[in-house]
Design a protein around this ligand. Structure first.
Ligand code: SF4
Ligand code: SF4
Length: 410
């Protein structure tokens, strides 16, 4: 037995990297720093060196690994099929386990998740701090959303029962997105309810290497929701739940992102609520959440669905991560902001085309992009794509005088 670090990483996974560097343009930390140690290739080489005993796990290597967003932007770009997710996950877990300070800090930050009352209390305090101007803007205060419009169409009948995953952050901070998700799914003729109680799936804990707490939360979710059809409106949760339930073939559970669900069932939406002849045709930039693009591979669904009623503008950024990365923006605020600025440089190339919305299917991305939006884009709203679908339906109903009860806040 050896007590060298990183023995939990598969040697074959490490050896599959041929150091070609084709992943580098897709890595946000490499693009921001220009440093090879902050690239997939560099990190893999460092992990392999430590694992083999050729390198000591010093502060530089620790920082190189800590600064990985785990966005997995490197995986689809890799012609050798390197499973970077299988390499980085055990390394982060081991490093978090053996560094008491880092473990405690992450545990503290994530402690409200999975504890709805505590999360609501923290949310209330954060909102108050934001209102008083004492919460740094980079933290992306949760949005206040009162007086939601309800998307209403004559629903077709369907026997399929859908459960919308409540989650923790989505439930406490993005109630308006939940309401719009429910409105759209029911407008499509499905019977839908929210998962109760509001469970945390453990995605952020797993991302931060807090495996024991993640396991605890995951067990509760699988016990409560196995066998259901789950519609999820948080990309990070969706990818985590998909991976989690795929381990339990005995009780098949379908996990689908809400925009993928709408895309697959588009005929239902159009049949129940056909688009207006002119449509909305406002311009929207779709920021592909990393989990949708790099892990689930369903990011184009939002482009297709929104494209029915909006002008979807292409941004020349190769699906670059926005810099949110779970708790990354809290632990690496400077780099997280620099990555977001890079994202906005790309968005700026199309802003003259009249961009009105930036949409993203992940709460972390919505908050981070909103918090770092340049003042020149104050007219642009950062929203979840399902909000635009609900708005499209509400607009259609309004145009027919079918009663949209109030105005949507964007
Ligand atoms: S991870 Fe893949 S793309 Fe990147 S250097 Fe290694 S082999 Fe090349
Ligand atoms: S997961 Fe993201 S930040 Fe980490 S090496 Fe890959 S592309 Fe870079």
């Amino acid at each position: 037995m050896t007590d060298r670090p990183f023995q939990g990483v598969d040697a074959d996974d490490l050896a599959s990297c041929v150091a070609c560097g084709l992943c580098l343009p897709h890595c946000p930390t490499y693009r921001t720093t220009g440093s090879d140690s902050q690239s997939p290739r560099g990190r893999i080489a460092l992990i392999a060196g430590v694992r083999d005993g050729a390198l000591d796990l010093d502060g530089g290597i620790t920082e190189a690994i800590d600064s990985c967003l785990q966005c997995m932007g490197c995986m689809p770009a890799c012609p050798s099929g390197v499973r970077y997710d299988r390499i980085i996950a055990p390394v982060v877990e081991e490093m978090t386990t053996h560094r008491r300070g880092s473990r405690r800090r992450r545990s503290l930050v994530l402690s409200p998740l999975g504890r709805p009352r505590l999360l609501r209390l923290v949310t209330f305090i954060a909102l108050l701090a934001a209102r008083l101007g004492v919460l740094p803007k980079r933290f992306g205060a949760p949005p206040l959303s009162f007086g939601r419009a309800h998307a209403r169409c004559a629903p077709a009948s369907s026997g399929e029962k859908i459960i919308i995953f409540s989650g923790c952050v989505m439930d406490a901070w993005y109630g308006h997105v939940h309401r719009d998700t429910h409105a759209v799914v029911t407008a499509m003729g499905f019977s839908a309810s929210f998962s109760e109680p509001a469970l945390c799936c453990g995605a952020l804990h797993s991302h931060g290497g807090l495996s024991a707490r993640a396991k605890n939360l995951e067990e509760r979710v699988t016990a409560e929701l196995s066998g259901a059809t789950l519609v999820v409106n948080s990309a990070g949760c969706g990818a985590h739940l998909r991976a989690l339930f795929s381990k339990d073939p005995q009780r098949p559970t379908k996990v689908v992102d809400v925009m993928d669900f709408i895309d697959v069932n588009m005929d239902r939406l159009l049949a129940a609520c056909p688009p207006a002849r002119e449509g909305l045709r406002e311009s929207v930039v779709v920021h592909d959440a990393c989990h949708l693009r790099n892990l689930l591979g369903t990011h184009l669904a939002a482009h297709r669905v929104l494209g029915l009623h909006h002008r979807v503008l292409s941004v020349p950024d190769d699906g670059l991560c926005c810099g949110a990365g779970g708790a990354f923006a809290l632990e690496h605020p400077v780099m997280a902001r620099e990555i977001a600025e890079r994202k906005y440089v790309a968005i700026d190339t199309v802003v003259d085309a009249g961009v009105k919305f930036i949409s993203s299917g992940n709460p972390g991305c919505i908050g981070h992009l909103a918090a770092n939006k340049p003042s020149t884009m104050s007219h642009v709203s950062v929203v979840h794509p399902v909000q635009l679908v609900a708005r499209m339906i509400a607009s259609k109903q309004g145009s027919e005088g079918a009663g949209v009860s109030d105005q949507r806040r964007f």
